[in-house]
Design a protein around this ligand. Structure first.
Ligand code: NDP
Length: 275
């Protein structure tokens, strides 16, 4: 029997670590699988994904810029995917329909709580960015016990839309990017912008950092260097990149597809050594 087929769809996708991560997880259980990185432009995404599953594909990861399209094409949606309005995981159901999941929030919170030992309860949290990834993590930060969530986005309409969708005005507020110097300090600052990936520097005031604050950048590698450098210079207790989140979100996808949860630590350590 040929190995089960999995893939990650993105554009571009050549940089993706997902094939390496899923093969490493599969080895832990002696599972044979094929996991490909498929570069597909937005216009061809839906047809290409449908063909992949019609040809026997079992599961797919989805990354930029296709997460909203992945949500739209699925027949079933998890609570996290419905909240975010985007999906980073698609699974084939037994009847041939497709289920959409969003594992970004769970992955980030598990990385923070279990790998970095950060208890999010009671934290005043600043979320920079209101794009797809911010939608994935915002609710989960509140579920994990964040006392407040302040969302600041370069385009204020997107921050307002996210706050409105969450619908918890007592805990969630928005502020303008231009006012960052006057909005106080935070226990946790999450950078969910793509500025680093795009090679743009964020100009952030040190006044944002509360005493013993934690800073977390969803991006990793060189893309996270600017924000993490700022966090360390400002005296952050922890300054973490999103490599652990990437591995944890992949583990959630693996568990959905294979019914077994892999040990993420050796895979994380291997990628960290290679970074
Ligand atoms: P989106 O394109 O959906 O959103 C990008 C966000 O970044 C928007 O809020 C945008 O603001 C903001 N932004 C872009 N450039 C700048 C800038 N120069 N200054 C300030 N804000 C800026 O991307 P995603 O939300 O999907 O991804 C965001 C980041 O998270 C990426 O770096 C991605 O790699 C990372 N990520 C990591 C994951 C992991 O597992 N570690 C998982 C998912 C994402 P505006 O609305 O004004 O354009």
């Amino acid at each position: 029997m040929p190995p089960a087929q999995f893939a990650v769809f993105g554009h571009p996708i050549s940089h993706s670590l997902s094939p390496t991560i899923h093969q490493a997880f599969a080895q832990q259980f002696g599972i044979a699988l094929e996991y490909r990185a498929i570069d597909v432009p937005p216009a061809d995404f839906t047809a290409t994904v449908r063909r992949f599953f019609a040809d026997g594909g079992r599961g797919a990861n989805v990354t930029l810029p296709h997460k909203a399209a992945a949500f739209a094409l699925a027949d079933q949606h998890s609570v996290a995917a419905t909240r975010a309005g985007t999906a980073n995981v698609l699974s084939a159901l037994d009847d041939g329909r497709l289920a959409a999941h969003n594992t970004d929030g769970d992955g980030m919170v598990r990385d923070l709580a279990e790998r970095h030992r950060v208890d999010l309860r009671g934290h005043d949290t600043l979320l920079l960015g209101a794009g797809g990834a911010a939608h994935g993590v915002a609710w989960r930060l509140l579920d994990a016990g964040a006392q407040s969530l302040t969302i600041v986005n370069r385009s204020p309409e997107a921050a307002d839309a996210l706050a409105d969708a969450i619908g918890e005005p007592a805990r969630v507020r928005t502020r303008y990017w231009d006012d960052l110097a006057s909005i106080g300090s935070y226990d946790l600052i999450v950078n969910a912008t793509s500025a680093g990936v795009l090679g743009a520097a964020l100009q952030l005031p040190f006044s944002l950092l509360g005493n013993r604050a934690v800073c977390y950048d969803l991006s990793y590698g060189q893309a996270a260097a600017g924000f993490l450098g700022w966090a360390k210079a400002a005296g952050a207790r922890h300054a973490c990149d999103g490599l652990g989140m990437l591995v944890e979100t992949a583990a959630d996808a693996f568990a959905l597809w294979h019914g077994q949860r892999p040990d993420t630590e050796p895979v994380y350590q291997q990628l960290r050594r290679q970074a």
